[in-house]
Each structure stands twice: as structure tokens, then as C-alpha cells.
Design a protein around this ligand. Structure first.
Ligand code: MG
Length: 251
């Protein structure tokens, strides 16, 4: 190696070392609590260790009106009215599995209709939308009369399907006389592993006969499952309340 080449090599090494020394790790300075350990379920159906199981296939004792629904072979069938959780929840991740009737009857909104009402008033539509046309903002996976699902991810009638729903409850000005929305609600829906709603900003209650509008309600509300006269089945329902970790910046 010539002297010039050796010097060049040394210079390259020296620049490398200096660059490495000049790099400093960025630290936000925010002190976060340690995230809690959660053991996931063995499959995507099973509840994680911190979930509240709302229906495990045996009984609907956590639901008002649950005694009316029929329970068999690990699932519940819609019958005789809506059912509503006895407990209330704020912001959450909800897992729920459903199957629309295997024997296809009716059409449009009259085929395999039910619904998951977040905060007892914002409906994620449950419908047999497999080869069954209806208005798009009323098909399976829609936020009823507010927005259609981005895609139709329905399985065939009779097959088990899943919703994984992320719900951020709206915040209201408690002190205001009228309805004053401080922050709207948001809904994300994964249908059979496919994202059909991405952080959709709720416009208010999902009504059949009038435009959506918010009504003031406490942060925590029950969840309601709809009886629409069709023999829709449900199983494996669990929920996790969720909350971002709050960090503190030292003074
Ligand atoms: Mg419905």
C-alpha cells in the first residue's frame, strides 16, 4: 500500500469515528409509566388477559334482556328484544362474532339484520350483505345512515364473522345547557380481518328517520345488540377499555 493510500484510509476512518461521536441519541424527556403486560389469546377469537368477557357462549347474565335470547351450542340467537350490557364502558376495543341465518329469507334490510350499538346509540350495522343489495350506508359494516363500509368483507350466510371495533366516545361540555360537543366520537371497524371503517368521525346518533345528531350523554354507556326480527347468532364477545399512557415532562 502506498503512503498516500494509507493516509486516505486513515482519514476515512477518522471521519467515521468523529461522525459517530457527534451523533447523540434523541430523548423526549417525557417520563412514561411502564406499559402493563397483557397476555394475548391463543387465537384471535380468545380474549386477552385484561379483557372483560361479555359472552362466553354459556349465559347472557351480563346483559339486560339476555334471558329472552336463546342460547345453544356456545352461541346466542336474537329473540324477543334488544339486549344491553349491565355495565357501561367509555373508550374501548370490542370483539364480537356473529352469523346471519344460513337459510336466506328476505332481501335488503330484511335479511340478517341486527346491529351493535356503541354507547347504546351509534350503530355498526350487522346485515347479510353477501349478494344482497341495499343502500350502501345501511349495509353490513356501515355506520348506519352515516357512512358505508370502505369495502364489503361479508362472509356467506351462516358462516361466523367477526368485528373488532375501536370506539372513542364523544366528549361533551357537561356544563353547557345545549349539546356542546368538545370532541366527536370515532369508530374503527375491522370486519373479518379487513378494515372497513378507519377512525370515522361520528356525526351523532344513527337514526332511521332523521339526520344524525348528537345528544349529550355520560362518557360511559352500555353496549346494545339489536333485535330486528332476524335469527342472527352471536358468540365470543369481549371488551377492553383503552387509555393512552400519559407521560410527564419533568420540570
Ligand atoms: Mg340493524
Amino acid at each position: 500500500m502506498t503512503k498516500t493510500r494509507t493516509l486516505l484510509l486513515l482519514a476515512i476512518v477518522a471521519v467515521g469515528v468523529m461522525t459517530a461521536l457527534a451523533q447523540k441519541e434523541y430523548k423526549s424527556g417525557i417520563v412514561f409509566p411502564e406499559p402493563a403486560v397483557v397476555t394475548p389469546g391463543k387465537t384471535d377469537h380468545e380474549p386477552p388477559s385484561d379483557a372483560v368477557v361479555l359472552f362466553d357462549g354459556k349465559d347472557l347474565s351480563k346483559w339486560k334482556g339476555g334471558e329472552k335470547w336463546e342460547i345453544k351450542d356456545g352461541y346466542a340467537v336474537v329473540k324477543g328484544g334488544d339486549i344491553t350490557t349491565k355495565d357501561s364502558f367509555g373508550d374501548y376495543q370490542l370483539h364480537i362474532e356473529f352469523a346471519t341465518p344460513e337459510v336466506v329469507k328476505g332481501s335488503g334490510q330484511g335479511r340478517g339484520n341486527s346491529g351493535v350499538f356503541l354507547a347504546n346509540r351509534y350503530e355498526v350495522q350487522v346485515l347479510d350483505s353477501f349478494d344482497n343489495k341495499t343502500y350502501f350506508d345501511g349495509q353490513c359494516g356501515s355506520l348506519y345512515k352515516q357512512t358505508p363500509p370502505m369495502v364489503n368483507a361479508c362472509r356467506k350466510p351462516g358462516e361466523w364473522q367477526s368485528y373488532d371495533i375501536l370506539f372513542t366516545a364523544p366528549r361533551f361540555d357537561e356544563g353547557a345547557k345545549d349539546v356542546k360537543v368538545l370532541k366527536p366520537g370515532y369508530v374503527t371497524v375491522i370486519h373479518n380481518g379487513v378494515c372497513v371503517q378507519n377512525h370515522f368521525e361520528l356525526l351523532g346518533n344513527t337514526n332511521y328517520d332523521k339526520p344524525p345528531a348528537y345528544e349529550k350523554h355520560p362518557l360511559k354507556q352500555p353496549i346494545r345488540l339489536q333485535n330486528h326480527g332476524d335469527l342472527v347468532k352471536y358468540r365470543n364477545i369481549w371488551i377492553r377499555e383503552i387509555k393512552p399512557l400519559e407521560g410527564k415532562k419533568p420540570q
